[in-house]
Design a binder for this molecule. Structure first.
Ligand code: MIG
Length: 752
């Protein structure tokens, strides 16, 4: 009945009927070659299919159903658990849940809330002892996933279906193969990995400057200051309001202090004659139409707005050009908000809304109405898009990729105004492949303990769906943070790929110093730790760029045969070697930590823990439990006010265990020259016996001058009172103790 096509050894495409997408995010023309030894195939049995590996049926009774405007596929996979699905509330394992995908600004993230801002119709089925299999539904339409149990159904509102079946056998392999077809992230600018400070809003230049000065005065490392909607003139995109009379000199002052500046951009363009963004857009008919052929009008911050039809190449080009107003005065990065797109109401229900607005108090019915509109919005049926070939598309098919298309336009803007420089875009909404253009954050969370905890599974779901550069509003967006919550949230944020503190208008301040000295000291300690861990983190980014393997990882990626790991939602790994177990409850100074197989070392006291066991771990307010996998190397450097503030850095390599190997990556952090081999990659390995340590230092690549000049190796866990003998590349070195831990050091150039 359907069509099967083998893409390569690990990817098959199945299709039925006539599915159609306004754009195709999958590119299988340039896949890396993979050899799979597990004889993975799709077998046809009459109307049904099965997924077979080494002669064993893994998923079976795969059947299609084709109703007009709705196509689905049903699969049987005994004992399967389901991970991925992009950005979804709730726990990671989606077995027993039903989800919908249509990009939605749903401003209050209560349990069970679905859908959210981002749609990634991809998931991985995992079951102990079985190969993991990924399914990617290649549809930009409204889609649904009924993951009821061993038999599950997913599909889309379309006249056909196309999906990819992606073989593992490990979860990691699935993510690698999936990202080989939808793309991986480019290296971000190094500064984007630093600490970032935001709020809605630093509404004047003076206010933003005073935040920046305070960071430097208190020696809190910080790389980025954000400008939320109040920098604009009447919320008109690509304008500057009166609070920022001289944006260029304002930004220059920040630059001198070592800050980068990111400005928010909303897609809604104020419909106002004489406003050049509106006028120039109108000239090329850049804006989405209603069914009646007129400009579609919706209400957002500036009032009556029109919305660029990013589906068209010339519209993306025009949008890119508008960024001149920001890039010319020195803006470094772009924050794409409200790009579901979020629309608060339209002309059709203005009267109704106005009547409610006129009531004396802000009534619950007004809020309900607005929410109903944001979430269901009849306008979605109204909007028409027109593509490059003059073909009309219903918004229902374009909506899920609207933010992706916008991010493509933003990427173009960087290419025009910052040629040769890496880009930084932060997006709220998105679709499969958004990682090629943008980092993402999880939108409007609240200053609730439940959200501190609940962000981890959301971020890990995104990570498994190909999006590595992810984070949350540290401290929570809605509501008021408390000192304790902010400390715990910052402790966790230290280890998230994207590390930004942000809060809503009208909430209490939550900059690091907002709750007094003692709180500030703890927060500062963690922000500094983030900067010290830069070599480790940056290497994780490099790996994600190279292989698609996420930075933030669920524990089950380390042992998918251990079913107990499937429900660990409140611990995560950063890269291969660091396990993080944040405290997510108030007035709590301990927690239970479950470890994957192997041995784990508490970096505070070198205490060892056995894998596949849970332990009670102490966690006073100023400590987040972090553990290192035995036999690994953690790379650190000196902390500083902002990344790359100084040259001549020391690279610290901390060895944990008897036998370890680790790599560290370094490049200029700002250009694309790493693509031409201008980077350094070092590999350090160590083996030890009771005579001492034998270290091998290899320069795998030396293509860039480098900032690390001196190397300090420390041997954690050495218990002898005598110093060990140490050889590096067969040369004896002089070791010495620092706080009971043996060390050696040498100049990097000795190793060249
Ligand atoms: O309707 O720009 O998620 O981070 O501060 C709210 C104001 C619009 C939503 C974003 C939030 C941002 C806020 N925006």
């Amino acid at each position: 009945m359907g069509k099967i096509q083998k893409i390569n050894d690990v990817i098959f495409r199945l299709s039925l009927g006539n599915p159609s997408n306004p754009i195709n995010v999958v590119d299988t023309t340039n896949l890396e070659s993979v050899k799979c030894k597990y004889d993975f195939r799709i077998v046809e049995n009459g109307d049904l299919f099965s997924v077979v590996s080494n002669g064993e049926e893994i998923a079976k009774e795969i059947g299609f159903s084709l109703e007009s405007g709705k196509t689905s596929v049903t699969i049987m996979f005994p004992n399967a658990h389901f991970f991925g699905f992009g950005e979804k509330m709730g726990f990671m394992d989606k077995r027993g849940t039903r989800m919908r995908m249509i990009n939605t600004d749903n401003p209050l993230h209560t349990p069970g809330l679905d859908p959210m801002y981002i749609s990634i119709p991809f998931f991985i089925t995992v079951s102990p002892g079985k190969p993991a299999i990924g399914f990617y539904l290649n549809s930009t339409a409204f889609s649904f996933f009924d993951m009821d149990g061993d038999v599950y159904t997913f599909g889309a509102q379309d006249n056909g279906i196309e999906f990819y079946v992606i073989y593992g056998p490990t979860v990691t392999d699935v993510v690698k193969h999936f990202t080989s077809m939808i793309g991986r992230m480019p290296m971000p600018p190094a500064w984007a990995i630093g600490y970032q400070q935001s709020r809605w809003s630093y509404a004047t230049a003076d206010q933003a400057l005073s935040i920046a000065r305070k960071m430097r005065e208190d020696a809190i490392p910080c790389d980025v200051i954000y400008l939320d909607i109040d920098y604009m003139d009447g919320y008109k995109v690509f304008t500057w309001g009166s609070g920022f009379a001289n944006p260029k000199s304002f930004i220059n002052k920040l630059k001198i202090m070592g800050f980068k500046v990111v400005a928010i951009v909303d897609p809604g363009v104020k419909r106002e004659n004489g406003y050049s963004v509106y006028e120039t857009g109108k000239k090329i008919e850049a804006f989405c139409k209603s069914k009646d052929g007129e400009e579609f009008v919706g209400y957002v911050w500036p009032g009556q707005c029109v919305f660029p039809d990013f589906l068209r190449t010339d519209v993306r080009e025009w949008w890119a050009q508008q960024h001149k107003a920001l890039f010319d005065v020195g803006i470094d990065g772009i924050w794409n908000d409200m790009n579901e797109p979020s629309i608060v109401w339209t002309d059709k229900n203005t009267e109704e809304i106005k009547a409610l607005l006129n009531e004396n108090e802000v009534s619950l019915s007004l809020l309900d109405k607005m929410k109903e509109f944001l979430v269901q919005g009849d306008y979605r049926n109204e909007i028409i898009h027109i593509d490059d070939h003059n073909k009309k598309w219903s918004h229902l098919k374009v909506r899920n990729v609207y933010a992706l298309l916008e991010s493509m336009a933003t990427t173009k803007a960087f290419e025009i105004y910052k040629p040769g420089r890496r880009l930084f875009t932060l997006s709220r909404s998105g679709f499969a492949g958004i990682q090629k253009y943008s980092a993402i954050w999880t939108g409007d969370n609240s200053s609730w303990w439940e959200h501190l905890e609940g962000e981890m599974p959301i971020l890990m779901g995104l990570s498994l769906s190909g999006v590595s550069f992810v984070g949350t509003d540290i401290g929570g967006f809605g509501g008021n943070a408390t000192p304790e919550l902010l400390i715990r949230w910052t402790e966790m944020g230290t280890f998230l790929p994207f590390f930004r503190n942000h809060t809503a208008i009208g909430t209490v301040s939550q900059e690091p110093w907002a709750f007094g000295r003692d709180v500030e000291e703890i927060i500062k300690k963690y922000i500094k730790l983030r900067y010290e861990l830069f070599p480790y983190m940056y290497t994780c980014f490099y790996n994600a760029h190279e292989t698609g393997i996420p930075i933030m990882r669920p524990l089950l990626m380390y042992d998918q045969d251990d079913l107990d790991l499937y429900s660990v939602n409140d611990e995560f790994m950063v890269g291969d070697s660091i396990l993080v177990a944040p405290v997510v409850r108030p007035n709590t100074v301990w927690r239970s930590v479950y470890f994957p197989k192997g041995r784990w070392i508490d970096i505070r006291n070198s205490q060892k823990y056995e894998g596949r066991h849970a332990y009670k771990i102490a966690a006073p307010l100023d400590e987040i439990p972090i553990f290192v996998r035995e036999n690994s190397v953690i790379f650190r450097t000196d902390s500083m006010n902002y990344l790359f503030e100084r040259e001549n850095l020391t690279l610290y390599a901390d060895f944990y265990g008897q036998k370890a190997i680790g790599r560290v990556y370094e490049d200029d952090g700002e250009s694309f020259e790493y693509n031409e081999g201008k980077y350094n990659l070092y590999e350090i390995s160590v083996e030890s016996n009771h005579d001492g340590y034998f270290v091998n230092f290899k320069v795998l690549r030396r293509g860039y001058v480098g900032r690390y000049k001196k190397v300090v190796l420390s041997f954690e866990g050495w218990t002898d009172i005598n110093l060990p003998a140490v050889k590096v590349n067969d040369k004896p070195m002089k070791s010495y103790f620092v706080e009971g831990i043996p060390r050696i050091d040498f100049d990097l150039k000795e190793m060249m």
